[in-house]
Write a protein that binds this ligand. Structure first.
Ligand code: ADP
Ligand code: MG
Length: 512
């Protein structure tokens, strides 16, 4: 009995496993040399000739044109991690490749894939404990360590001409700005990219920005202590129904209709003025007559603000209402200042110091669109990392120290792991060694000598590979090389997830 189409391709058993493992390892190899502050760049060239130069693992993985499904799984998990935490994807890819290599040897020795998978799950637990034990004590964690963790996460990513420390400072300012009872909400921080000025003009706005132009000239360009309405609807004459259209047959009826329309359109402006509104954000359209009535009452109004309405409402504390008449009852919001600024041919509205939830916007600038994309990505990643480290107040020493500690812990713990899974746990220790080795290599050091030195130094105290000008084995904390614990945990989790997912597949069938 044939259940598959004649043309469908199928690879099963060891062949399928081998091919999947090879694909996963190939991806890991592709990013290995980019690890660390002195990692090499990759140049990615698309079919259409677009060029991206980067040494950010996540960018490389997402830009690579990958066809193999197992390799694609690695990329998907890296994407997830990048989206959630903004960092640690190169490390995760290297670990995945190493876990797969180790598994390959076991499969050759006829160890069952399930045994290896279970061993790797054990590895994830042991590693998580070892990472927790590396977390800096409260008395060592502070403003400075937060700054250092963010800087370390941004190293090697594109920051254009902006100094990493300045950028990290800006990001932390934004995170502190949205602090609510010791916790920062990631969604309360927006990033706006603007071309034009040099990137050093990156700044934090104490609120939100909206892309909108005043609906009419002659409206105020700045309002302090503004009362703000957010209207989700139109300020226009409602479409006349069929009946009303037929009803107008005489001149008299026509002028009555015109007067009624005038009353409605001007009425919108009057309602807003009565509610004390200084600035109105409208998601739909504003009729010309209404716009002029608003302008003559000194009200600043914007239409078509659909994309920004929710953020403006949240920042100012205004409730979104369906029309002008509902504004008063719906409680308008307020902002310390609302200002219209030119941005190229368009304008942008700054809504600062709102009475609603704390909000911050990091405005990044770059000289070209290309530079801007890269720096925007870096800033977004930096914010992810900063929020993770800020909220949990958990950072660990970087420079490979955590990986050396995890490897050591795995070697100790392996003996206590029952049965053949123990082999997988032992092998995983070597997988973690690959991270400091890769760091050493990218910094021009001998990977084996460095690893040996690191291990010995770690038995005495805290030691990692510190890369700043010269390369030394030293206490990463003293040199400000820190990573958020969440990033380290997630790298391990991602690597184990992908490796075990790939190992459990023993049949690849092409499907529609
Ligand atoms: P990933 O995608 O995994 O974040 P990176 O290229 O950003 O890869 O490299 C991160 C690694 O580099 C981490 O292990 C981090 O501790 C280490 N690192 C960052 N800055 C330094 C430094 N100045 N010296 C040594 N190691 C560093
Ligand atoms: Mg990184």
């Amino acid at each position: 009995m044939f259940i598959l189409d004649e043309d469908s391709e199928r690879t099963a058993g060891r062949d399928a496993q081998q091919a999947n493992i090879a694909a996963g390892k190939a991806i890991a190899e592709a990013v290995r040399t980019t690890l660390g502050p002195q990692g090499m760049d990759k140049m990615l060239v698309s079919d259409s000739g677009d060029v991206v130069i980067t040494n950010d693992g996540a960018t490389i993985l997402s830009e690579m044109d990958i066809e193999h499904p197992a390799a694609q799984m690695l990329v998907d998990v890296a994407d997830e991690q990048e989206a959630a935490l903004g960092d640690g994807t190169t490390t995760a890819a290297i670990l995945t490749g190493e876990l797969l290599s180790a598994a390959e040897e076991f499969l050759d020795q006829d160890l069952h894939p399930r045994t290896i998978v279970e061993g790797y799950w054990e590895v994830e637990r042991i590693a998580a404990d070892a990472i927790d034990d590396c977390i800096l004590d409260d008395d060592e964690f502070g403003e400075e360590s937060l700054q250092q963790a963010v800087e370390s996460a941004m190293t090697g990513k594109g920051t254009g001409s902006v100094a990493v420390d300045a950028l990290a400072g800006t990001i932390i300012e934004a995170v502190e700005r949205v602090d609510d009872d010791g916790t920062a909400d990631r969604d309360a921080i927006a990033v706006e990219a603007r071309t034009g000025r040099s990137a050093s003009a990156t700044e934090v706005v104490d609120g939100v920005l909206a892309d909108a132009d005043p609906v009419r000239d002659g409206m105020p360009e700045r309002v302090d202590d503004a009362t703000v309405a957010v209207i989700d609807g139109d300020l226009e004459q409602r479409e006349p129904g069929v009946d009303t259209e037929y009803a107008i047959s005489t001149d008299e009826q026509l002028s009555t209709a015109v007067a009624a329309e005038e009353e409605t359109l001007v009425g919108y402006a009057e309602s807003l003025a009565t509610a004390g509104v200084d600035v109105a954000f409208v998601t739909g359209d504003i009729a010309d007559r209404t716009a002029s009535a608003l302008a003559s009452r000194g009200i600043l109004a914007f239409e078509d603000v659909d994309g920004d309405a929710a953020a403006v409402a949240a920042a100012t504390g205004a409730s979104q209402v369906p029309g002008a008449d509902e504004v008063e009852a719906g409680d308008p919001g307020s902002a310390g200042a609302i200002a219209v600024e030119a941005a190229g041919d368009d304008s942008v509205v700054r809504i600062e110091a709102g009475a609603g939830e704390p909000r911050a916007t990091v405005v990044v600038r770059g000289s070209t669109e290309h530079a801007l994309d890269e720096i925007e990505r870096t800033v977004n990643d930096g914010i992810d990392v900063a929020v993770a480290a800020y909220n949990r107040r958990e950072v660990v020493p970087g420079g490979g120290m955590v990986e050396v500690a995890v490897a050591e812990r795995l070697r100790e713990a392996a003996a206590g792991v029952e049965g053949r899974r123990q082999l997988a746990v032992e092998a995983a220790a070597e997988a973690f060694d690959a991270v400091p080795r890769a760091l050493a290599r990218s910094a021009g050091e001998d990977p084996i000598d460095t690893l040996v030195e690191l291990r010995a130094a770690n038995r005495e105290g805290r030691a990692g590979l510190v890369i700043d000008g010269d390369v030394t084995v030293a206490d990463p904390v003293e040199h400000g090389v820190l990573d958020p614990a969440a990033v380290k945990r997630e790298s391990v989790r991602s690597a184990v997830e992908v490796a075990t997912m790939i190992l459990r597949i023993d049949d690849v069938i092409s499907a529609d």
